[in-house]
Unconditional design. Structure first.
Length: 549
């Protein structure tokens, strides 16, 4: 009798253990569904061709998914769903070989093998679809016309009357964005956090936000997770809790302080008696760096240098027209209330410099490369042809004249970058482009060439630096740049909000990534509070010192 009871108890215990092993959480159910839904959207031959309203299919399957309590029941629901889509035929083209060079560090379908969430039958079905994936024109994604090739998202419903309280649309927003990035963001493999972990961490925030502000914060956190200086959401008017009111100056975060480096609008800044070099240590009673750390997940940037530059939107901006700070000016520390303004009320052009180029000590040429037009290049280079050095200031530049200047400073054409672009017929895989060249076969300027860069250099500015670095006698001086090189993909999220991300991967010819790292720097110059307070340009000073060595 005792043996019979013991055996019965063992069966019950074993059953409970088995149930515990097979049971899945709400986040796991939704995460698995998000991945399968996105995979089918871009891989399944019938779905990818646009035969279904894929948003409505998600809304249809979600109630069933929510009831699944085990991997078996979830897998059965998803298998039945896939069967309803129609048969997948063998794809002969998928097996064909070609001479393309592939970049596969972004291709990650390992989640298909997750035995904790999927039965072997579902895994086999998904693998079959991968091996017989859709080929040809896609309904939801295409290439932008022209070069370089990058993804263009199309036929996505925006839901302009989106209500943040609509659970289905919130999840659609997360699932759609997550899969766009999973398959078409070239720097996914460089992210600080695993992209699957980002999905799992944000599902509860999208599934059950307590307020509109909390939902907005989740949106920003999602986009910032890309670790991409290009990645942001606009218009910012939707996010007044993050900074519709801004201060009229730029600052840099050094240690535990924010130091004012320049004025967006001098007249407004002087109303509060602010000066370049003023040091702000506390904002609304909180230490600057503690504030930065607390808000870092909402601050976009490819690297910490750019995040500190972008920190102004979160450390000093806000939803009210004033902010209380502790500030040190000329050695005296005091508490002060600073006025903040709407973007439209700041005259950003008031302090713009008009000087395009000038001489330094008659032996050094200085060129603000962003202000020189293409047709002015010969005149500018002629003016400095007898100098011992030319300084190209790329900071805050937005010009596109590097190819023309490169023709003067190089004795041979050289490769200066190569890129990867998405393989639409194998989403997640990328294709290497050919190397791109710059320069000339005749050296026209024989002096030293110095490039000035810092964290404000992004995208076109970084591309400019890379283009000029092929010169015969070029030295790059400054600080880590933004690390967001390459053209931008712009698209709308659910609800119509605009967003963007880097669309192609840019590399040096040797394969070194420009994304996140920034451009190569030969002489690094870190910022010092003393120089900022004194109004000195340390990077320019170091360049002149190097030239005169």
């Amino acid at each position: 009798m005792k043996r019979a009871i013991l055996f019965l108890l063992m069966l019950i215990f074993a059953g409970k253990m088995n149930f515990a092993q097979d049971s899945i959480t709400e986040t796991e159910r939704l995460s698995a569904t998000a991945k399968v839904w996105g995979f089918l959207k871009y891989y399944h031959p019938i779905v990818a061709s646009g035969k279904f309203d894929w948003d409505q299919e998600l809304f249809r399957i979600l109630p069933k998914v929510k009831k699944a309590q085990s991997k078996e029941s979830l897998s059965e629901i998803l298998l039945d769903w896939i069967e309803e889509l129609g048969p997948v035929k063998h794809c002969k083209k998928c097996d064909s070989k070609n001479n393309l060079k592939f970049f596969d560090r972004n291709l990650d379908l390992s989640w298909i093998q997750n035995k904790q969430l999927f039965t072997s039958e579902l895994t086999d079905k998904l693998k079959f679809i991968e091996n017989n994936r859709h080929q040809g024109e896609k309904h939801y994604v295409d290439y932008y016309k022209g070069e370089p090739k990058m993804a263009y998202f199309r036929n996505e419903i925006e839901y302009p009357n989106f209500d943040w309280q609509n659970e289905e649309l919130r999840l659609l927003c997360l699932f759609r964005y997550w899969n766009m990035v999973a398959y078409f963001f070239p720097a996914k493999y460089q992210m600080e956090k695993n992209w699957s972990n980002v999905l799992d961490g944000l599902i509860p925030k999208f599934y059950n936000p307590k307020s509109k502000d909390e939902y907005h914060q989740a949106l920003v956190e999602l986009v910032v997770s890309l670790d991409d200086s290009h990645a942001l959401i606009y218009p910012n008017s939707e996010f007044c809790n993050f900074g519709c009111y801004i201060v009229p100056f730029e600052f840099i975060v050094i240690d535990d302080s924010a130091i004012i480096t320049r004025f967006y609008d001098r007249e407004l800044a002087e109303l509060d008696d602010l000066k370049i070099g003023d040091i702000i240590t506390n904002v609304d009673g909180q230490n600057i760096y503690q504030n930065f750390e607390a808000n870092e997940k909402y601050i976009h940037g490819s690297n910490i240098s750019r995040k500190k530059l972008n920190a102004g939107y979160y450390l000093l901006n806000g939803s009210t027209p004033s902010v209380n700070v502790q500030i040190t000016s000329k050695g005296k520390t005091s508490s002060k209330t600073l006025k903040r303004y709407l973007y439209k009320d700041i005259n950003f052009k008031i302090n713009e410099q008009t000087e395009k180029y000038r001489s330094i000590n008659d032996s050094i040429g200085y060129i603000d490369i962003g202000k020189v037009e293409t047709n002015e290049v010969p005149k500018v280079m002629e003016a400095f042809e007898d100098t011992k050095a030319i300084i190209f200031d790329i900071r805050r530049s937005k010009g596109s004249t590097p190819y023309y200047f490169a023709n003067y400073i190089s004795s041979q054409k050289k490769d200066f970058y190569k890129a990867i672009y998405p393989d639409l017929n194998y989403p997640g895989r990328y294709i290497w482009s050919e190397d791109h060249q710059s320069g000339n076969n005749q050296l026209k300027y024989t002096g030293k060439v110095i490039l000035l860069v810092d964290e404000s250099c992004q995208s076109q500015m970084e591309f400019t630096a890379m283009c000029l670095q092929i010169g015969d006698n070029v030295t790059t001086i400054g600080r880590q740049t933004s690390g967001a090189n390459g053209n931008v993909i712009r698209f709308k999220m659910v609800g119509g909000l605009q967003t963007q991300m880097t669309g192609i991967g840019i590399f040096y010819p040797n394969g070194q990534e420009a994304q996140r790292n920034g451009v190569k720097i030969d002489i690094e110059v870190n910022p010092s509070p003393e120089a900022i307070i004194d109004g000195r340009d340390e990077i320019l000073e170091r360049a002149i010192e190097y030239i005169n060595e």
